[in-house]
Design a protein around this ligand. Structure first.
Ligand code: SF4
Length: 473
């Protein structure tokens, strides 16, 4: 089904990378760094030290270093905050004048495709060349390359040919793009499973999604530490024991017990657990600065997300249930309702508190809204099941996962979807039935819009749509 769209993605694109190019463009390297498509668990600097990336930093679209406020740990030393500069070659440091530019004084890590002479003499260097988590050509396909986004009121050049498509054409194209997206997400999870286990890949995907935009990196880091965090626990650990370790290693356990009676009692229970583990895990504790609280809705606080994760981890059959769910779909309730029910959790404390400081509210609030649970199903659980079925060569199961993916109901609309819709359809109402078509829309943006500018210069998508339209009529 996705054959045509998959071919379209191979069309020559304006600034993209294709296998066989001498070196990847810096923009692709930035995307690789931003999405951390590297072997995170055994990343090394050129001086041989282990490098742990607790946060890759925020992509800087202004002048100055490429990423701001990354959190990096070298070996077992204390994590530090710094900016990160990405260059194709070490020599870029001097060629671009970073060595004399005070704006680059806060750079603490130089990330290059290939290390060599003329780089900064006093900075650790990470060479990406042999430390990617997938072949470079695959990453170039999977990652849209960041460009300046166009203004809101400009329709894309493809909006006219898309308007002229025969009935069903839009849904067919977006469906093909959606399948490509499902496979790309599955490949990213398979890359984690390759270096760890399928279970670990699922937890990393789930934790990252629970962190949402603001805290995906510290959440992912906690997931990476899970094998150590779960050590010594029985088959069915209490959620509170897991949560104490997650909050302790996350640096999120407050020290003082000066809250209300209920919270003081709860905190004491957490500390009673954490005292036993703290020394063993001390070197893994994240600095609090790695978390983003600014602009975060109280309902999305990481403490609540970790409480939810602790309940999932404590469920003995959490993963086995997913296998049954895909292999023997429940009839009543529907598969969607059944999965959302499996993921929904109530917690004595966190269902009625936003933070350790907030008062207790009368009516229980979900630990995660249904919109986010839908996102997790489409972006993590179904891709994970797809990846595993593909790795097992189980074509029947792959087809079943795809069927579930395409039947999944539409997720909440958001500003990104609205924006892409406006670019592609010029404000026309497009019935996007199902979450998969929304995913397809985002894939077109990654594959085509992100390769060009606001004027759609050199974008091949409009011509491809026109040709497709002629073939269909
Ligand atoms: S860049 Fe291409 S796909 Fe994106 S809006 Fe413009 S013509 Fe359409």
């Amino acid at each position: 089904m996705a054959i045509l769209y998959a071919k379209w993605r191979k069309q020559p694109q304006p600034p993209g990378f294709r296998e066989g190019s001498s070196a990847p463009p810096e923009q692709l390297l930035q995307a690789i760094w931003q999405h951390q498509r590297i072997r995170r668990s055994d990343l090394r600097a050129t001086d041989g030290r282990w490098v742990t990336i607790l946060h890759p930093g925020f992509l800087n679209l202004e002048a100055g270093p490429d990423f701001r406020q990354a959190i990096v740990q070298m070996g077992n030393t204390k994590p530090f905050e710094c900016d990160v500069e990405v260059d194709v070659l070490s020599a870029g440091w001097r060629q671009h004048g970073h060595n004399t530019n005070p704006a680059f004084g806060s750079v603490g890590l130089h990330v290059v495709w290939q290390a060599g002479a003329s780089g900064p003499s006093d900075l650790p260097v990470v060479e990406l060349k042999n430390q990617l988590d997938a072949p470079l050509g695959q990453l170039a396909d999977a990652l849209g390359q960041a460009t300046t986004l166009p203004p809101k009121n400009v329709h894309g050049r493809c909006s006219a040919p898309l308007r002229d498509l025969p009935a069903g054409g839009v849904a067919d194209l977006l469906g093909q793009a959606a399948k490509v997206r499902l496979e790309a997400k599955a490949a990213a999870l398979a890359a984690i499973a390759d270096r760890a286990t399928w279970e670990q890949a699922l937890w990393e995907g789930l934790f990252t999604a629970l962190g949402y935009k603001q805290n995906s990196w510290p959440m992912r880091r906690l997931a990476e530490l899970l094998p150590g965090l779960r050590r010594g626990l029985g088959q069915v650990p209490e959620p509170i024991v897991l949560l104490a370790r997650l909050l302790g290693v996350g640096g999120l356990l407050p020290g003082q017990l000066d809250r209300d009676k209920l919270t003081n009692r709860y905190l004491r229970t957490l500390w009673d657990q954490w005292w036993r583990d703290r020394d063993r895990l001390a070197k893994r504790i994240l600095p609090k600065s790695v978390w983003t609280f600014h602009g975060l809705r109280p309902a999305n606080r990481p403490e609540r997300r970790l409480a939810l994760a602790a309940h999932w981890l404590a469920k003995r059959d959490f993963i086995a249930w997913l296998d049954d769910w895909i292999c023997q779909p429940p009839k009543n309730p529907s598969p969607v309702v059944a999965l959302l029910g499996h993921l929904a959790v109530s917690d004595d404390y966190w269902s009625r508190h936003w933070t350790f400081r907030s008062g207790r509210f009368a009516a229980a609030q979900p630990l995660l809204g249904s919109g986010r649970l839908h996102d997790i199903a489409v972006n993590v659980i179904l891709p994970w099941l797809h990846a595993r079925a593909t790795a097992d060569g189980n074509a029947g199961l792959v087809a079943r996962v795809e069927q579930r993916y395409f039947a999944w109901p539409k997720g909440q609309d958001n500003s990104r979807l609205k924006f892409v819709r406006q670019r592609l359809f010029g404000g026309r109402r497009i019935p996007l039935r199902g979450a998969a078509l929304q995913q397809g829309l985002l894939q077109v943006q990654a594959d085509f819009c992100n390769h060009t500018n606001a004027l759609c210069d050199d974008c091949v998508f409009p011509d491809l749509v026109r040709r497709y339209s002629l073939e269909k009529t």
